[in-house]
Write a protein that binds this ligand. Structure first.
Ligand SMILES: Nc1ncnc2c1ncn2[C@@H]1O[C@H](COP(=O)(O)OP(=O)(O)OP(=O)(O)O)[C@@H](O)[C@H]1O
Ligand SMILES: [Mg+2]
Length: 1012
């Protein structure tokens, strides 16, 4: 509740001048007038204080908006006092002035005292109201911080001041009330009390209280348009404010669904408290909030919030890492927050995909904070935010008939003439409160209802009145009735969005007629300074205003708006590029839209890979829709496809790369742009070989690419990229001599980028080791790992993959790699994208599993998670064969022998047919081992079948025969054929020695020794 204190300035001086008798008279008049103002706003005059009054709002009858009503009363009292002062000045020659102070909070109210004013409120809150009064300027109204917070959106306030106040040690914050935002009075008049929804409100209250106690929660409020979601959120916000919970809100918009990051940015801007600050101050504020954050992380936050210093460049990290670090930082900030907060996200059915997934990440920590999140959406939304773990969902049903009747009765008023029309409205509204309201507004505007809200009369025969059939029709009728200027204004505003500034309207060359729109309660002014900002009263009003326009008119507005956004804020053109592109696209200006889509993609590229790809996809669609004879249209169709294919390496599988690639090939054939085609082929080879079990296709494509690469004229950097892709395909397809040849070609080039040199060297080292040239091979691998330290984390992780592949094949020892894999994983996690992390996890897991002093449990854990991610993200399938081998051996050891055999059987078959035969021996060896262990006749038959398959695939690469020799030896032993076992075990040992297969030597020796 809010307490009001009003007091006469220098009453003693007045008494001295006019005498006690006259003063009493003046005071009586003043108190009379003030009391009626207070009562008019629903307050209770609590006591007469000799030279002033105290009043309470919100008690004894609970009032909504008590603070706002108290403000209205305070201003009303000042007005009355000024009027009275004119008389007093004339008659007595003295200056009568009042000070008024307001304070809101918990007041313990009870029946203390008796008599006419038998109601007294006490508590420290009253004292604060009195102190506010004491510091108010004569003729002014001073609000305490708590009151100001409740009314700041509805009133005009001076900047906050810190004042030293008697009786309080620390300075106290106070704000002077200048006036009431004019349109807010009208909202007030429409803000009829909530009807029904008792259960929902009590649920929200309970959840809010629980959240405040430290067990935060996410609440979804779902329901169709106009049913009352926003209204219920309003109740939650009021509740929160009355409990001193800070509230941060954001909203989604129908035209911004494709604009990445928009919603999340807005929410964190609010939460970081940087709204309305210039960039420099905003950055300082962020640093105040998170004092010991990493400087690089802070730069990422600046960039996310759109307050980055243009002089400072973004840290060089991959977009995935950026996302992880931002998530970690924001989660840490959420967890560190001890003061309860309410976060509101309205209309999530229009959320952009990036914001959606970032918010879903952030909300995972809410249960451990004293915060509550409320999300509203219409039922058509089925995205991630509807599936947040542990979230509560409130589905809003239509109001019941008695509730609808009560609502309509409140709006129409008690006059008997409106009874019948009321019934018609209730029947038509079908429990949708917004529809009921709009029908009444419509009827009032048509003159069917006369009077004002809450006291209408109706003189028309209801049978002759047509009631709008749908909510859209009701709104449409009201918009139709506007004057030409107002209609133009609302149309233009609808193109801008739910919120709009007067400045942007001017940019659209519209002579704004905003008064009429606010008066008609179609829009509200929501901000006064530094620039006027307006909002549609309801999203549906915007939708109807938008849809009712001629398409051609709308297109023109979209085009002008795109220009206005660019001109209005040239510094943020990159940031706004997506928005500009969307408007141009809607305007049908495809060429310009294409350019802005591409620009937006470039901006997003280091920030969010998926968002950037979505922009290239939009650019592709725009280019495809252009006529075939448009200038440079083929290049425009080619460029985004090239980007989509070349970045597909870093994303999961849910894109149609095959289709895109086919289109790209056709386009390059038409344009003759073989360089683009070759690069796309290289990307595609990597994609087949690394991410998918499609090695034969990679091999075929590599043959084509190698042929092409000799023919095209390109620089050494491009050429080395192409040749490395060929080398990789040769390697995974076990064409080792051919791989070495290609790598020699790379070595013969001059000015090859370090990345390509290092990768080529890693492949070379692996090939040499497998072929038996182990000293040279080890040196090359070692050199590549060292070079990797200075290269981007993804590359150094890729390089280490080759070293650990040699470990998993038993060709090298893991111990030398331990330090490198730790460092690579750290770097990848800090700076890298997910493909880099996966590669680093692989090397880390394999190395620590096999090293002497390794940590097998930790290693198996990492590898297990990696295998899940490989499946989930459909990336890095190249690792799958070896992962299956090590993980299933472990599973069998833990008692899941049968399951392990099943998995390995499938894995062996898959990799034999379309995977890399470099690694297929791993599941093969594991499978034979486990079949022997299980040992049924069928198992041994199957084991035979597996080892017998190899000769047909054999490639005369000695290292790749090791698993086969060993498996055959063990099989012979299991079958009691000891001579054959002796022969094979010796062969195995000799080959291990010849190849210096350090991972296998001791085991091979044991096998030979066992026989003797
Ligand atoms: N229970 C209620 N009692 C009184 N008025 C209500 C009630 N529910 C909704 N209203 C009023 O109905 C109108 C529409 O409600 P609201 O804006 O909350 O709808 P919504 O569900 O958020 O719709 P949208 O999906 O379009 O945003 C508002 O003016 C609101 O004040
Ligand atoms: Mg709403």
């Amino acid at each position: 509740m809010t307490v009001l204190f009003a007091d006469v300035v220098h009453s003693m001086d007045i008494a001295a001048a006019v005498g006690a008798e006259r003063l009493r008279e003046i005071m009586a008049e003043l108190v009379n007038r003030a009391s009626s103002v207070v009562q008019g706003y629903g307050g209770t005059v609590d006591k007469f204080t000799g030279d002033g009054i105290m009043a309470v709002f919100g008690a004894p009858v609970a009032l909504e908006d008590h603070a706002f009503r108290a403000c209205l009363a305070a201003l009303g009292i000042q007005e009355e006092a000024k009027r009275l002062a004119v008389d007093v000045r004339e008659r007595d020659g003295v200056e009568l002035q009042l000070r008024v102070g307001l304070n809101s909070g918990q007041v313990i109210a009870g029946e203390i005292g008796s008599g006419a004013l038998g109601y007294t409120a006490i508590g420290e809150q009253v004292g604060m109201a009195q102190r506010m009064e004491s510091v108010a300027p004569p003729g002014g109204v001073m609000l305490s911080e708590s009151t100001a917070r409740l009314v700041e959106h509805a009133t005009l306030l001076e900047e906050a001041e810190k004042l030293d106040i008697k009786g309080s040690d620390a300075p106290v914050v106070a704000r002077c009330l200048l006036g009431v935002a004019p349109q807010r009075e009208r909202i007030g008049s429409w803000r009829e009390p909530l009807v029904g929804r008792e259960l929902e409100v009590s649920t929200i209250t309970g959840l809010l209280d629980r959240s405040m106690s430290g067990r935060g929660c996410v609440v979804c409020v779902a329901g169709p348009a106009g049913i009352g979601k926003t209204r219920l959120v309003g109740e939650a916000v009021q509740l929160a404010k009355s409990r001193d919970v800070e509230v941060f809100s954001t909203f989604c918009e129908s035209h911004a669904t494709d604009i990445a990051l928009r919603v999340v940015t807005r929410l964190w801007r609010a939460a970081a408290g940087v709204m309305g600050l210039d960039d420099e101050n905003a950055r300082a504020r962020v640093r105040e909030r998170v004092p010991d954050a990493d400087e690089q992380d802070l730069l990422l936050v600046d960039d996310l919030l759109g307050i980055a210093d243009p002089e400072v460049s973004l840290p060089r990290i991959d977009p995935d890492a950026r996302r992880r670090r931002l998530t970690a930082l924001v989660n840490a900030a959420l967890l560190a927050r001890t003061r309860p907060a309410l976060y509101v996200i309205e209309d999530a059915h229009w959320i952009d995909a990036v914001s959606e997934s970032m918010l879903a990440d952030f909300f995972t920590v809410i249960p451990q904070t004293p915060s509550m999140v409320v999300i509203t959406y219409r039922p058509e939304y089925e995205g991630t935010l509807t599936r947040i773990h542990g979230a509560q969902t409130i589905a809003l049903a239509p109001l019941s008939d008695p509730e609808s009747s009560a609502l309509v009765a409140k709006l129409l008023g008690p006059d008997s003439s409106v009874g019948e029309v009321g019934e018609a409205i209730v029947a038509r509204a079908a429990g949708n409160p917004f529809f009921a309201q709009e029908m009444i507004r419509d009827l009032a505007e048509r003159g069917v209802l006369q009077g004002t809200i809450g006291s209408y009369v109706c003189h028309t025969d209801v049978a002759e009145v047509s009631v709008p059939a749908t909510l859209h029709a009701a709104i449409g009728a009201r918009i139709d009735r506007l004057g030409t200027g107002a209609k133009k204004t609302i149309n233009a505003a609808a193109v801008i969005g739910l919120r709009f500034t007067a400045a942007l309207l001017t940019g659209l060359e519209v002579d704004s007629v905003l008064d009429e729109l606010t008066k008609a309660e179609l829009i509200d002014q929501v901000r006064f300074t530094p620039r006027a900002e307006y909002a549609f009263r309801h999203p549906l009003i915007r939708a109807v205003a938008y849809e009712s326009q001629l398409k051609s008119d709308r297109a023109q507005l979209h085009r002008r708006l795109a220009a206005a956004i660019e001109v209005g804020d040239p510094q943020s053109a990159d940031e706004n590029a997506a928005l500009i592109a969307e408007h141009l696209e809607t305007a049908g200006d495809l060429h310009a839209a294409y350019r802005w889509h591409m620009r937006a993609a470039e901006w997003l590229r280091p920030r969010d890979a998926l968002a950037a790809r979505a922009r290239w996809e939009s650019a592709r669609c725009a280019a495809d829709r252009l006529p075939d004879d448009h200038t440079a249209v083929l290049d425009m169709r080619l460029a985004p496809r090239t980007m989509l294919i070349s970045t597909s390496f870093y994303v999961g599988d849910d894109v149609d790369i095959d289709g895109l690639y086919g289109e790209l090939r056709d386009l390059t054939m038409q344009t003759g742009d073989l360089r683009s085609l070759a690069l796309a082929m290289a990307g595609r080879i990597q994609w087949f070989a690394d991410h998918h079990t499609r090695v034969p296709e990679a091999a075929t494509l590599a043959t084509d690419l190698e042929e092409m690469a000799t023919g095209i004229d390109c620089d050494a950097a491009t050429k080395s990229i192409l040749l490395n892709a060929v080398a990789m395909a040769r390697f995974v397809n076990c064409e080792f001599e051919a791989a070495l040849q290609v790598i020699d070609e790379i070595a013969a080039l001059t000015e090859v980028p370090a990345v390509e040199i290092a990768l080529a060297r890693a492949i070379r080292g692996s090939v040499e080791i497998c072929l038996g040239d182990y000293e040279l091979g080890r040196r090359h691998l070692q050199e590549s790992v060292e070079q990797g330290h200075a290269l981007p984390p993804v590359v150094s992780a890729q390089i280490l993959f080759f070293s650990s592949a040699m470990v998993v094949l038993g060709m090298s020892q893991a111990d030398d790699l331990v330090d490198d894999v730790h460092e690579a994983l750290r770097r990848a996690e800090e700076f890298g994208d997910s493909s880099g992390i996966m590669a680093a996890q692989y090397s880390y897991g394999i190395t620590l599993l096999c090293a002497e002093g390794g940590s097998p449990d930790d290693a198996l854990d990492v590898l297990q998670r990696l295998r899940t991610d490989v499946e989930k993200h459909k990336m890095f399938k190249l690792a799958a064969a070896t992962l299956d081998a090590v993980l299933e051996i472990d599973a069998a050891r833990k008692g899941k022998l049968d399951e392990a055999i099943d998995v390995l059987r499938a894995s062996f078959a898959l990799h034999m047919s379309s995977g890399s035969r470099v690694f297929v021996g791993c599941p093969g060896e594991a499978l034979v081992g486990l079949l022997i262990e299980r040992g049924s006749t069928d198992d041994l038959v199957e084991a035979h079948r597996i080892v017998d398959q190899w000769p047909t695939q054999r490639l005369n690469i000695p290292a790749l025969d090791l698993w086969w020799l060993k498996s055959r030896a063990l099989l012979a032993e299991a079958e009691g054929n000891s001579d054959y076992y002796t022969k094979l075990a010796n062969q195995y040992l000799r080959l291990c020695e010849r190849l210096d297969a350090r991972g296998r030597l001791s085991e091979a020796r044991r096998m030979v020794n066992e026989m003797t």
